[in-house]
Design a binder for this molecule. Structure first.
Ligand code: PAF
Length: 282
């Protein structure tokens, strides 16, 4: 397995990989790899000649310094996991300097309003940071295909929008949410849960599944009220938002239409750990 810390090293490692029948797959990550990341990488390995995995905790997408500081980092363990998976992986684990030079700042993006919903409302500047890093990584890695998990569904939609607006030559694949047996969506942040918090958090997916059932017969407003009430009864959780939105625009549903696809989105604090999840409703 090749490990590069600088973009020049990466370009050298990728030299010669071009031409017909050669395809470069890419999974960008912030490390603390878990089974969800590994499932994206496995899919990429099956579908491409070579895979690049980047590991970089991107400072510009954190709206909160303490969240950035507490974000789990485990490069050695990540490299071990990747080595076990395949020797054909090229890892790019840059320093902030290699990406940003001496100007650690985001570009400003217009994602046609997708950035103002949900995560965008609660994490100021988050999607400018995500757009900045993903665009730079695409420019550095030059992948043919890039894989993103649907757990960050809003991020996935925003990256698709960025690719479309900037005519970036990369195909985006959205991959299903990878869950633990008890339903908890895989996330690097899960590592920070205490044992008792870990036991309690499958509640989030349980509520999403019931919300989906209720959405068959109830309005989005009724389902939302029910969810808010369920979290109101729980001491361990602080619900930040629950919303039922149109998958295409990410705008909250006012009136259901049979022609549209809807998804329920949730963000919950468990202590100081913020978890997000979502479920397709129809
Ligand atoms: O989903 C993530 O882990 C990050 O937002 C990403 C896409 C790697 C950009 O830093």
């Amino acid at each position: 397995m090749i490990i590069c810390h600088k973009k020049e090293e990466l370009r050298q490692a990728l030299d010669g990989l071009s031409g017909q029948n050669q395809s470069l797959g890419f999974v960008p990550t912030m490390g603390a790899l878990h089974a969800g990341h590994l499932s994206l990488i496995k899919q990429g390995l099956l579908e491409n000649t070579k895979m690049v995995v980047s590991i970089f905790v991107n400072p510009t997408q954190f709206d909160n310094v303490s969240d950035l500081e507490k974000y789990p980092r485990s490069l050695e363990n990540d490299l071990e996991l990747l080595k076990k998976l395949s020797n054909d992986i090229i890892v790019y684990a840059p320093s902030p300097d290699d990406i940003y030079g001496d100007d650690i700042a985001s570009e400003n993006f217009d994602f046609d309003g997708l950035e103002h919903q949900m995560e965008g409302k609660f994490r100021k500047g988050h999607f400018d940071g995500v757009g900045t890093i993903v665009k730079r990584l695409f420019e550095i890695v030059k992948p043919d295909v890039a894989y993103f998990g649907k757990k960050d569904f809003q991020q996935l939609r925003i990256i698709e929008k960025m690719v479309e607006k900037y005519h970036l030559p990369v195909k985006i694949i959205g991959c299903e949410i990878f869950r633990a047996d008890d339903g908890l969506a895989m996330s690097s942040r899960n590592e920070r849960l205490t044992e008792s918090q870990r036991e309690a958090v499958p509640f989030i997916y349980k509520i999403l599944k019931t919300a989906k059932e209720r959405f068959g017969t109830e309005s989005a407003h009724e389902v939302t009220e029910w969810v808010v009430k369920q979290f109101g009864k729980q001491d361990l959780f602080a619900l930040e938002y629950f919303t039922i939105a149109d998958e295409a625009t990410l705008e909250s549903v006012k009136r259901k239409s049979k022609l549209k696809s809807y998804r329920a989105f949730i963000a919950v604090f468990v202590g100081d750990i913020r978890l997000i999840d979502n479920i397709a409703l129809n």
